[in-house]
Design a protein around this ligand. Structure first.
Ligand code: IZC
Ligand code: ZN
Length: 410
């Protein structure tokens, strides 16, 4: 069968499961939306037909499309007003307690029309794609009530169909206690358990469920109740675990067979070991550590050295990481967490695919997988992390189609 597209490069990093990743001097052949074959050397004549599009990417680097496995994509408004408070020393949880933070974004999201929210999210998806992200996990959690959570999840579903970036949808009603339930949080728990979660599950609006387990937000006991109910409804689980205050949520993630536990700056050694034993992926968000001015990062070096599966994501959200660009996150992962460029690549490709339970479909260059590929203006992968602050993307191929060319959206 003739390929639709063949990319020839001397530096193809396929990102199959385990390090070390060796760059291959070879070709990637694409047929329809899939990788037809990937091998060293020249493409055989048998797959080069008269209509096969050839891209000569020698001198450039080819890698799988990046997967951003943790974002809060759909929201109204922005929170630059918090910057002055933060610079004066107000902490994230203090701002939230004052009714700011997430709750101000909830108000902006509820007040925004569908069209406004969609246009804003579309702009973010464009930025992600331009910087090499081809699949993004997107959490709800700024509507909180039934109407507005459903509004945001339906928009994610529409955008998934309309935009080249694939969206993996997560219901996160357990993101904050809404202002109207401030004095009665149990009633909000009941609203999620009795009404919102069954509706979202029944309508097929989310594949995952996530809980912000944090002091003053949802306790581990509340998180467990929600996760058990979510599991019964068929959601796969994620948890914002041990970000600021240690609450043994890494342990909870393991008990609940979550697909991932995210953040983990304050996770205990036992919790990390339990995650490793149970195969729970650690999703680390160094852009957030930087932006919260925490002066520390999750212990990525230790986690990787002990053999845990680590993914890196943006946490794109209006409060703690207003940044869609995974290449920026690479900078913090390298210079903050001391991860090597290939460890970072693994954490944003195959390991991130595991974090969204899509490892058989995406995350590496292998025959049969989706043809999600980046062609980078860099002579080797290390160069991409080394030369920070610019966009290295030349071309993005999504499902076999060139959607970014010469650094521009098509
Ligand atoms: O809007 O602050 N951490 N949720 C949990 C967030 C950050 C997003 C936000
Ligand atoms: Zn988050």
């Amino acid at each position: 069968m003739f390929a639709d597209l063949i990319i020839r490069s001397d530096t193809i990093v396929s990102c199959e499961e385990h390090l070390p990743f060796k760059a291959v001097d070879g070709y990637v052949a694409v047929l329809k939306d899939r990788i037809q074959s990937f091998a060293a050397g020249e493409a055989p004549a048998a797959i080069c037909g008269p209509d096969t599009h050839l891209i000569d990417a020698r001198g450039q680097t080819v890698v799988p499309g990046l997967i951003d496995s943790h974002t809060h994509l759909i929201h109204g408004g922005s929170r630059e007003n918090e910057l002055a408070l933060k610079l004066k020393g107000a902490s994230y949880l203090e701002i939230l307690k004052m009714g700011g933070g997430i709750l101000s974004t909830v108000a902006a999201t509820r007040n925004a029309s569908r069209d406004e929210l969609k246009a804003k999210a579309r702009q973010s998806l464009d930025q992600m794609l331009l910087h090499g992200t081809t699949t993004v996990e997107a959490k709800s959690g700024y509507g909180l009530d039934l109407e507005n959570e459903v509004k945001c999840l339906e928009l994610a579903r529409e955008l998934n169909l309309e935009h080249p970036v694939d969206i993996v949808s997560t219901y996160m009603g357990a993101h904050a206690i809404p202002a109207e339930y401030k004095s009665n949080p149990d009633e909000y728990m009941q609203l999620m358990l009795d009404t919102v979660m069954p509706y979202v599950a029944q309508a097929g609006l989310a594949e995952f469920m996530d809980v912000f387990c944090e002091e003053g937000v949802f306790s581990p006991a509340q998180a467990q109740i929600l996760m058990e109910a979510g599991q019964k409804l068929g959601f796969k689980l994620k948890i914002h675990a041990d970000e600021i205050i240690p609450l043994q949520s890494a342990e909870l993630a393991t008990v609940m067979h979550a697909i991932s536990a995210d953040h983990l700056l304050a996770a205990s050694d036992e919790g990390l070991q339990a995650m490793q034993d149970a195969g729970v992926t650690a999703v680390l968000l160094p852009g957030t550590s930087f932006y919260l001015m925490l002066g520390k990062y999750a212990q990525a070096r230790k986690m990787i050295d002990k053999g845990m599966r680590v993914a890196l994501a943006s946490d794109y959200n209006p409060g703690t990481c207003p940044c869609e660009n995974l290449q920026t996150v690479m900078t913090f992962a390298c210079f903050g967490m001391h991860l090597s460029p290939v460890e970072i690549l693994q954490a944003m490709t195959i390991n991130a695919a595991h974090a969204v339970d899509r490892a058989s479909e995406i995350g590496s260059i292998a025959a049969g997988k989706r043809a999600d590929l980046l062609i980078l203006n860099a002579p080797n992968w290390d160069y991409v992390v080394y030369h920070f602050g610019i966009n290295h993307v030349d071309k993005v191929i999504k499902n076999g189609v060139i959607v970014v060319d010469n650094g521009q959206l098509i």
